[in-house]
Ligand binder design. Structure first.
Ligand code: SF4
Length: 687
């Protein structure tokens, strides 16, 4: 039955699930959400939204929302007043401030707005005196930020999403946007229907792979060899624009030397991709006028994820996808709503807001002067290093803002050991997450539908986030919590409102100098770099020169190196983990909505022949054992996966998928190798 009560308020905001950044209109009555509709002229989504953004909002009124702070007493978490909890946290953190600042670490996240991320890193640096601040990009796209910045000068994608309509060929690598970025997936599919050519690189037969002109299925962990094989064909067949490469890049001679070692036959032997398919893909890509590369975690979440990003960036340069005179681009599909913004705002151990290096004396001096306090010259710990430090006893206090590190971290038993060893764990969350259950203090905080601020989506677009409803009584925003703890420690974080926080950031970070709430309210969106109040922003990067000091793109010359895990007689299957369309990340929000009926549990995707060899039928429980842990999942027999490979989503932490994944990380950035784990399987007893 239709609710007869009138709609009282309609609020324009930005979706808080994936990194596409769809514009949504939220209608509310009696401080409850009535409907969520995609905005017709929304910058990215143009009237589209997915089953998450449009329908998955019931979590906001879940009876499981935390509405009072919790403090551990005598082994159990007990409700406490805000005043008491803030005082307790401030007192404990004050013990570390000054004497041993690096014994404190803060993990921020995409759950927080830009303004909250700005305040979080300011709290760590200006109040606690440490650069031990990181964010959830560490476990997904840190290799993109590092790899793209090393090649081109900036760590973001190169194009606005609308450029998809101008491209003639899409190279989609290690991404399943139909599920992980549904509006991108739909528009990409539409573009293919309209005539664009499509090359998909993915071990799995995804929906888009089924409609691709060429589908390459490399063995997980062999991307770099595949990209070098494609590059070899481009150079060998004269499909690389040598004039452009000589004028706008460095390293081409060395790269050609390296590529001699990757003829299609050798690349095929390493990757398992037939040489003729590799040649077809290279020719299709190399003959396009405006090729566009989109890629996802299948590139980054590897032991050599940064090498993978850089080898893909080589392909972009060789194929004329990026740079002066190009018609295409290279764009990482950021998985979370504001993971780009968390990095942009300096929630990183080696970078201040706007990617200004902690090691840069001039940058530190500017922030020191503005904040009235010294900035440590030592880069801080990355998330995996924070856990190492906790286990070794040198990290004494850890504050996780919106990131359920126990559910999301690889090799979860090692994360659990770190949380157990850390004397003070503080957690901001909507619900009693796995991390919150182990914390000493839990702050109940607001959801994205209750917040004021901005997010940055996957194509570097700042957009406004506005409160559609008020948070439940007893709940505060992360912004308010950070201010309150700082104040109780006798510190003033300044910037009393989100608008003031972004203004302060804009003053200190030239990349964002022209961005403000006021301009966003008028313009709707602005792409960084936006270096003055007159600048319209920069939807397309590198039209005249690259952003490196010499203005040239730096081709990477790195050989293929084997992944961290290999199969053997004991662990003969390769498990890949990833996303499914119905849920979002740990599922803490979407599992508390009607989406649970669409996908009520996690499954193990397995090839029919493999299932038959174990006598498994659909739904039968399967025990997985890796070198790190165990999990049990029901079988789902499908031809999506190759024989010898398995796939599971990570939206049901209780299923224990991250018990299996390994602690191996990308050597350049510390991003875990979620995309391949050697496992063995056997039928498990029912129930
Ligand atoms: Fe758009 Fe992603 Fe939100 Fe779906 S989850 S509505 S694709 S931003």
């Amino acid at each position: 039955l239709l609710d007869p009560r009138p709609i009282e308020r309609r609020t324009l905001t930005t979706c808080g699930f994936c990194g596409v950044g769809c514009s949504l209109e939220v209608a509310a009555r009696d401080n409850g959400i009535a409907t969520v509709r995609p905005v017709d002229d929304g910058g990215v989504n143009r009237g589209h939204a997915c089953v998450k953004g449009r329908f998955s909002h019931g979590f906001v009124t879940s009876p499981e929302r935390l509405t009072a702070p919790l403090v551990r007493r005598g082994g159990s978490l007990e409700p406490a007043s805000w005043e008491e909890t803030i005082g307790f946290v401030a007192g404990r953190l004050a013990e570390h401030r000054g004497t041993e600042p690096d014994s404190f670490a803060l993990i921020s996240s995409a759950r927080a707005t830009n303004e909250e991320n700005y305040l979080a890193q300011k709290f760590a640096r200006a109040v606690m005196g440490t650069n031990n601040v990181d964010n959830c990009a560490r476990v997904c796209h840190a290799p993109s930020a590092a790899g793209l910045a090393a090649t081109f000068g900036l760590g973001g994608g190169t194009n606005p999403f609308d450029d998809l309509d101008r491209c003639d060929t899409v190279l989609l690598v290690g991404a399943n946007p139909t599920h992980a970025h549904p509006v991108v997936g739909s528009r990409l599919f539409q573009r293919v229907v309209d005539g664009a050519r499509l090359v998909v690189v993915d071990p799995r037969r995804t929906l888009l792979a089924r409609h691709a002109d060429v589908h390459l299925r490399p063995r997980p962990g062999t991307n770099v060899a595949l990209f070098h094989g494609l590059a070899h064909v481009l150079v060998r067949d004269g499909l690389a624009d040598t004039g452009f490469l000589e004028t706008h890049t460095t390293g081409f001679d060395d790269l050609q030397e390296l590529l001699r070692d990757y003829p299609p036959e050798r690349a095929s032997a390493i990757t398992g991709v037939p040489a003729r398919d590799l040649e077809s893909a290279a020719r299709l890509y190399g003959n396009s006028r405006a090729p566009m590369i989109f890629y996802g975690l299948g590139v980054t979440e590897h032991r050599h994820g940064t090498d993978g990003v850089r080898a893909l960036a080589n392909l972009a340069l060789l194929g004329g996808a990026v740079g002066p005179g190009s018609g295409g681009g290279i764009n990482p599909l950021r998985g979370q709503n504001n993971v780009q913004g968390a990095c942009d705002m300096g929630a990183m151990p080696d970078a201040l807001p706007g990617y200004q290096k902690v090691l840069d004396d001039g940058a530190r001096a500017r922030f020191s002067e503005a904040w009235g306090t010294g900035i440590s010259p030592r880069p801080g710990l990355r998330i995996p290093q924070m856990f190492d430090a906790a286990r070794s006893g040198t990290l004494k206090a850890l504050w996780a803002i919106g990131e359920d590190v126990l559910a999301t971290g690889a090799d979860s038993s090692s994360v659990e050991a770190a949380l157990e060893a850390c004397p003070l764990v503080i957690c901001n969350d909507l619900f009693l997450s796995a991390t919150a259950r182990m914390a000493d203090v839990v702050f109940p905080v607001a959801a994205w539908l209750e917040k004021d601020g901005t997010f940055v989506n996957f194509d570097r677009r700042f957009q406004r986030v506005r409160p559609a409803v008020r948070p439940p009584a007893g709940v505060r925003t992360d912004f308010e919590v950070l201010h309150a703890v700082a104040a109780a420690m006798g510190a003033d974080l300044g910037c009393p409102t989100p608008e003031a926080a972004l203004a302060e950031c804009a003053e200190l970070a030239p990349l964002f100098a022209g961005i403000s709430h006021q301009r966003l309210d008028q313009a709707g969106a602005l792409h960084w770099p936006c270096t003055s109040a007159e600048s319209p922003g920069t939807p397309r990067l590198y039209r005249e020169r690259f952003a490196t000091p010499d203005g040239l793109a730096h081709l990477a010359v790195r050989p293929y190196l084997p992944p961290g895990e290999e199969t053997d007689g004991d662990f003969p299957f390769l498990l890949i983990t990833g996303r499914r369309g119905e849920h979002y990340n740990t599922g803490s929000m979407t599992r508390r909505t009607g989406n649970l009926a669409l996908l009520p549990q996690e499954t193990l995707d397995i090839d029919a022949a493999d299932a038959a060899s174990f006598g498994l039928r659909n739904g039968d429980p399967v025990q997985l054992t890796s070198r790190h842990g165990r999990a049990v999942l029901p079988a789902r027999i499908t031809d999506d996966v190759e024989p010898g490979q398995l796939f599971a989503g990570f939206h049901f932490p209780g299923a224990g998928v991250n018990n299996l994944t390994s602690a191996v990380v990308d050597e350049a950035t510390g991003c875990p190798e979620y995309k391949l784990t050697a496992v063995r399987i056997r039928p498990a007893p029912a129930g």
